[in-house]
Design a protein. Sequence first.
Length: 434
Amino acid sequence: MGPVPLVEPEAEGMSPTARRALQERRLRRLLTRLLDADGVQAARLRDAGVGHAEEIGLDDLPALPFVTKQDLWDHYPFGFRVDDRIVCVHGSSGTGGRPTLVPYTAHDVGVWAGVMARALGGAGVTRSSVIHNAYGYGLFTGGLGVHHGGMRLGATVVPLSGGMTERQVRLIADLGPDVLCCTPSYAIHLGEALRDSGTTSPFRVGVFGAEPWTGGMRRQIEELLGIRALDVYGLSEVIGPGVACESLDSDGMLNVAEDHFFVEAVDGDGRPVPDGTPGELVFTTLTKTGMPLLRYRTGDVAALAPPVPGGPRTLRRMSKLLGRRDDMLVVRGVNVFPTEVEAVVLGDARVGPHYLVVEDRRDAGRPELHVVVESAHDVVADLTAALRERLGITCRVAVVPAGAVPRAETGKARRLVRWDGGPPPVAGLTGPGR
Ligand code: DLL
């Protein structure tokens, strides 16, 4: 593989010492903006004893207060806004239908375009590329994030948004795009639709994110579409996609755009964990102006790492997401991340890529984990054994025919459902007689 050029070399390739000085300057400017705005975060800073930004350096960050999703909900819709020059709003519908809204200034949109251009450039996308963008356009940041970044790079963006798969297949056949951007689950769905229509995949590379996916899913996508599949991470509260992204040369980890988004990883009590140890990601938006956040606790779990030694990119990296703090299931006392189930399921070549984990809480005293897979083979015994080996608990494996697990054509795949009572969440799941 040849070298992958940097899109913003002064930022992506700067010496870590110079970057730290830049981050510290930007942190003080951020604190000044927050204190001047005199909003929720200013009050908390004053309570923590911070009167002037100049008193604070990066080393003091761990002593400053966190912001949580609950805080954003408590001050919904715009209680954390500190600048009224807002040009657009994005957000996520969120769990339980509680939306989170994020106001952006023109400056913020510029930062976003820059970090997404880096993400695409690191995947080998160039000005002559055609990007088939099947992330949803709307409040969700996926569609417009790729759109801004692709245009900043000078590539051609085809704004498909999600859904209407037949039309997508038609445009892929007609335009021959070399880059695919969408959720990993939709990449599989689209890949199967291309195969079924007899269309050869023209793609060279794909940039996938917005939902958890494992190395097993990556291999399936790469085989199905004949591409390199890279990971992009982000969240609306921080900016959208582009907070961190894998590049062709980042050794399977994601380069964090830490000149804009200072990253920490903390344990359950909020204390820093060392590099290599999984922790909850906490971001400080050093340069945002519309709704800047100091120490936002994401709930996402990953391990941090230094840059690739000797590589052109000097940004710190994070592992693929290992899970979410609130996604972690505790089944009969054992902690289980759904991504671990995926790793086992996709490790069996006889099983299709669409699966569902059902957390069965119908009997609160005897919770069960069902794993519903699509296969033409009797894989129950083998999968049960492999899951027991990996997770330390016995799951109930149900095999259903191809097509029986619900697909997400738009939005994020739902791979984990809770079953508290009533009919089973997927046909074919009978479970033990109760
Ligand atoms: O999902 C932003 C995005 C769009 C990222 C397109 C990548 C591509 P939200 O809708 O606010 O924003 O959801 C953010 O999605 O906290 C993670 O839990 C999850 N997530 C995002 N990217 C990944 C990823 C967008 N690459 C939440 N792997 C985050 C696993 C991801 N989970």
